[in-house]
Design a binder for this molecule. Structure first.
Ligand SMILES: Cc1cc2nc3c(=O)[nH]c(=O)nc-3n(C[C@H](O)[C@H](O)[C@H](O)COP(=O)(O)OP(=O)(O)OC[C@H]3O[C@@H](n4cnc5c(N)ncnc54)[C@H](O)[C@@H]3O)c2cc1C
Length: 392
């Protein structure tokens, strides 16, 4: 039976875990990345990954600091410069990159492309070891206070710090005995890859309806992604349709400005809000979806994960620089203090939108559309809201 030692074990090599692992290795930590399945290979002739993320300009800055962004751009990404949202036509809110003197608000990136770009850098890094595919069986705490990960093939890994980046159903969170607050939105989201008749441009838009938003995300060439939020039963029904029937449903449901699109692939995602009661304890830290999941209507999930990643890397590197026990609870709590209130605020903001726009009572409808009209005219406040959403 093999026993390995590492400074940091990052469990989960998704978009967030892979970034944390790379950032810590660049700061001089010995990192072992544990992932159950590797990202799929990239093929430029293939249609886009169904899972798309709107990456804010702050996240692009973080990925640049890891020297990852050029790898993403060498594969595929698409800038968006304008964001429009409305329910009634006369109550449009428009955010434009020029309002903040930015070249773009962010980029649409396929999840697989982003993960792969990070993995390419991880695999070339001398301080990173990737255990993949790996099947974890348990996590225990040894007499030296280190955590030990036990694998199905009998191997073990001892780590000063275990970072749970293993997504919404995190085993690390469960094994550490960290509870969550959670509720089901009773809504699902279907992402649909479509081909447009012409270039999709650089504007992303979202129309609110009481059943849920309908959103358009422009991609490379003539590709785009549609996000259709609706009751879980309706999304299941849409998912089981042949593409020709789905195309008719899209034409009936999405606003006319979409034009003619041809759906090629789709995937459904149930929506649940979760927030870990704490992000850290001695030798353990949670990041990304392992710590929090959020309604995706404003595309914030992975962007919050990158704010976590940046904060955790900074706290650990600074503490080690001062000779502190960087894996101890008092140090890790600095990370929790920096991130938990911000994640809570963003979750609550999204919930307010979700609750406000899921109601079909006329007075509520009038109020929320008045709110949108006011937002459009709010000048400085509107720019502040945009800055916050972009993480600037
Ligand atoms: C419909 C939808 C649309 C979204 N759109 C956006 C958007 O536009 N912008 C945005 O910022 N966010 C968006 N999000 C949210 C975003 O997808 C998530 O926040 C993001 O994927 C979280 O990344 P993560 O790395 O924390 O977790 P995950 O992506 O879940 O990755 C977890 C990783 O851990 C691995 N893993 C799990 N268990 C184990 C185990 N036991 N052992 C080893 N490995 C394990 C998994 O294989 C996976 O690779 C959206 C979400 C949904 C559902």
């Amino acid at each position: 039976m093999d026993n390995h030692q590492t400074d940091v074990a990052v469990v989960g090599g998704g978009m967030v875990g892979a970034a944390v692992a790379l950032g810590l290795a660049r700061e001089g930590f010995q990192v072992t990345l544990v992932e159950q399945q590797p990202p799929g290979a990239f093929d430029a002739s293939q249609p886009p990954d169904v899972r798309i993320s709107a990456i804010s300009s702050a996240s692009v800055g973080f990925l640049r600091s890891l020297d990852i962004w050029r790898r993403v751009q060498a594969m595929r990404s698409h800038p968006y410069t304008r964001l429009e949202t409305w329910e009634w036509q006369q109550a449009h809110v428009v955010f434009d990159a020029s309002e903040l003197q930015l070249p773009e608000l962010g980029y649409m990136v396929e999840n697989n492309v982003l993960q792969l770009a990070l993995w390419q850098a991880l695999e070339a890094h001398p301080r990173v070891r990737c255990l993949c595919p790996a099947t974890l069986r348990a996590m225990t705490r040894g007499p030296d206070h280190r955590h030990q990960l036990q694998f199905a093939d009998g191997q073990t890994l001892d780590a000063q710090l275990v970072i749970g980046a293993d997504g919404a159903h995190s085993r690390i969170r469960q094994w550490a005995g960290i509870g969550i607050h959670a509720w089901d939105y009773n809504q699902s989201c279907m992402l649909i890859s479509v081909q447009c008749d012409s270039s999709p441009g650089e504007a992303t838009w979202q129309e609110f309806s009481p059943r849920g938003p309908r959103a358009f995300l422009p991609l490379f060439d003539n590709w785009a992604s549609l996000a259709w939020y609706d009751a879980p039963a309706r999304i299941r029904q849409l998912q089981s349709m042949p593409m020709a029937q789905l195309q008719r449903e899209i034409a009936q449901t999405f606003p006319a400005r979409l034009g003619k699109v041809t759906p090629v692939a789709c995937g459904g995602f149930p929506l649940v809000r979760r927030h870990a009661l704490r992000y850290v304890q001695d030798g353990i830290a949670l990041v990304g979806d392992a710590a929090h999941t959020i309604h995706p209507l404003a595309g914030q999930g992975v962007n919050l994960g990158y704010r976590d990643a940046e904060a955790l890397i900074d706290v650990l590197a600074t503490a080690r620089g001062y000779g502190e026990r960087w894996y101890s609870a008092p140090v890790l709590k600095r990370y929790q203090h920096r991130r938990q209130p911000d994640n809570f605020l963003m979750q609550s903001g999204m919930d307010l939108f979700y609750a406000g726009f899921s109601n079909s009572l006329t007075p509520v409808k009038v109020l929320r559309n008045l709110g949108l009209m006011a937002a459009q005219r709010a000048g400085v406040l509107k720019r502040q809201a945009l800055r916050y959403a972009l993480g600037l």
